[in-house]
Design a protein around this ligand. Structure first.
Ligand SMILES: [Zn+2]
Length: 603
């Protein structure tokens, strides 16, 4: 076979990784082989061995500290650092841990062969004649946030691969994460699949139903169960936590659970996903806030986790009734040294404006953020803090149809990340509800992941990179169209606003699908279908604003059927499908009435 990869004029003919080490190095070698073949048409053998002339050598500095001499030192304040270096006719691809060796490979493929991983099964691999690297080549990469967590909705190995390709290091959910369907427990096989990529497992999330006193105890011990509506009752979510016997049962069930589900590297201890104003309304429980009771349970559970899994991180969450910090409990187990605090408090924020501008709902969110930060400082917290955001705009108020149209405000996301980084936040996680989202294009989800590692990157730079690679010769007009569409969807809804959106039709029509390759033709068709959806959303909004009930009702069927009618076209670009909360928005508006919506609506 013809040589196609060179260091100066010296050919590279093999991929080598050290013997008997992490399976992740073997995977990294395999991934390099796959993409070199796709791009250059060469098929390099993978073998175990030592660095030598004419090879790609894949390893990690955790097993070969001497490799660090090649880079000198990694950049300060970066996580999961890795490098590609050419020394003595050898290409070294290595990182500070096994997962980072995979990053070394993917970062190298992107930098040197222009490959991009836009979404699962939606990658860009240009064909190249040859790859020529100079002796002395050195490229270091790293991520600005320590925890970069992906929510595993489909458990599709291709999605996990895509996540790693874009520097995700933690997966929430050992299986298709959906606590309301009871699929949050996971399995050994799923854990092995995720771990085979070197990823950390995080979960289970909303999990208290596994730890509560069993319902069968109610007849003998009604006092174990929450007091609400004037009596004790079973709710499947909470218990009378001021009763020491209840907390004892809770802890023992937790221990049993951890032994049966031993996967978690980050044990996410969250209450069930319902906004319980109080866990129990008895006089003893009512003497303290929910957050105080939560922190008592956190401290006790953290001690148990430490006994069962000393290396696991304990995650607690500020969410719903724990959005405000505890008042009475002023101590964390070991000062929270091995804890991750997840601030998931942004449900009501205005996501079209940076958080720290405190506009509309963001003001309250920012107050909660500051209160938690102050609390953690006061209790000498020594662990890490992460933000779990809702940029997907699936949650209610203040978000308008631009959000429902999946037109995320990337500039705002970037500003928030820069603020978090400067403010000492070390983790990012978001609940988008999607594993694959290429509608209207994968730009938003892809650029968002780039920002999680490198928030300094400008959005314009990401667009310059994305559009030509994804839309080929239509790059210019498509980019112009999407920017106009974002502005139009952002504008206040009115008859004129909808007319302006409809006026994009000729621009879209000019993107002819004939005489283009089938992949590009499909991408253009998806844009057109998305435009129809945008107009439909705006019309529903207008009918509501104008209190035009007949119009509203005439739109209900097209809206409710949209995702079913377009399943065939959309499903390969949207997973899980149909989208979570796809039509919930409509039902929510209907239940609120136009006056309420008008007062809440900002866009
Ligand atoms: Zn109680």
């Amino acid at each position: 076979m013809k040589d196609r990869i060179f260091i100066d004029r010296f050919p590279i003919r093999r991929i080598v990784h050290p013997p008997e080490t992490s399976p992740v190095f073997r995977r990294a070698a395999g991934e390099l082989r796959v993409y070199l073949e796709k791009s250059l048409g060469v098929s390099l053998p993978v073998t175990e061995g030592e660095p030598a002339e004419g090879v790609f050598y894949i390893s990690g500095i955790d097993i070969e500290p001497g490799l660090l001499e090649i880079v000198g030192a990694f950049e300060k304040d970066k996580y999961d650092s890795s490098f590609a270096a050419v020394r003595g006719h050898t290409v070294f691809l290595a990182g500070e841990n096994p997962l980072s060796s995979l990053y070394a490979v993917y970062d190298f493929l992107q930098a040197c062969l222009d490959i991009r991983f836009f979404a699962a099964r939606h990658e860009y691999v240009p064909e190249k004649e040859e790859l020529r690297l100079p002796e002395g080549f050195l490229r270091k990469t790293g991520s600005d946030f320590a925890v970069r967590s992906w929510v595993n909705r489909t458990n599709d190995p291709e999605v996990i691969r895509f996540a790693v390709q874009n520097r995700i290091n933690t997966i929430l959910g050992c299986g298709p994460w959906n606590p309301s369907l009871g699929t949050d427990k996971g399995s050994i096989e799923n854990a092995e699949m995720v771990r085979s990529w070197g990823l950390k497992m995080r979960g289970p999330g909303h999990c208290w139903r596994y730890f509560l006193p069993d319902e069968s105890l109610f007849s003998v011990h009604p006092e174990y169960f929450p007091f609400s509506g004037g009596r004790r009752q079973v709710n499947g979510r909470t218990a009378c936590f001021s009763n020491p016997a209840v907390r004892n049962i809770f802890r023992n069930n937790l221990r049993k659970y951890l032994r049966e589900n031993p996967y978690w590297d980050i044990f996410a201890f969250w209450a069930e996903d319902i906004h319980d104003l109080n866990y129990c309304g008895c006089p003893e429980c009512s003497a303290m806030t929910n957050s105080d009771w939560y922190m008592i349970l956190v401290n006790e559970a953290a001690e148990f986790l430490e006994e069962e899994k000393p290396d696991a991180v304990f995650e607690l969450i500020a969410y719903h009734s724990t959005r405000t910090p505890p008042v009475r409990v002023r101590k964390l187990h070991r000062n929270g040294r091995n804890m991750l605090v997840n601030l998931c408090i942004g449900q009501k924020r205005d996501i079209f404006s940076p958080l720290r501008k405190r506009e509309h709902g963001s003001d309250e969110v920012f107050r909660r953020y500051e209160e938690w930060r102050r609390y953690l400082a006061d209790v000498n917290f020594e662990g890490q803090i992460m933000m779990m955001d809702y940029y997907n705009l699936c949650e209610w108020p203040n978000q308008g149809p631009r959000g429902r149209a999946l037109l995320w405000p990337m500039d705002v996301i970037r500003e928030d990340l820069l603020f978090y980084r400067a403010d000492g936040i070390r983790g990012c996680g978001a609940f988008t509800g999607v594993d694959c989202l290429c509608w209207p294009s994968p730009f938003n989800i892809w650029s968002w992941l780039q920002l999680w590692s490198r928030p300094d990157t400008r959005i314009e730079t990401l667009k310059d990179d994305f559009y030509p690679k994804y839309f080929g010769r239509f790059s210019g007009p498509v980019r112009e169209y999407v920017e106009k569409l974002e502005n139009g969807m952002h504008e206040r809804t009115s008859t004129e606003n909808i007319e302006r959106l409809k006026a994009f039709d000729p621009l879209l029509e000019s993107l002819r699908e004939t005489d283009v390759d089938p992949v590009l033709a499909e991408r253009l068709r998806l844009l057109k279908l998305h435009h129809r959806y945008c107009v439909l959303l705006k019309e529903i909004f207008l009918a509501y604003l104008e209190n035009d009930l007949p119009k509203w009702e005439s739109l209900e069927t097209p809206f409710n059927r949209f995702f079913e009618e377009n399943r065939e076209v959309l499903q390969p670009h949207f997973a899980p499908y149909p989208p979570l909360w796809g039509t919930l928005w409509y039902r929510y508006f209907r239940s609120r009435g136009p006056e309420m919506i008008r007062s809440e609506m900002l866009h």
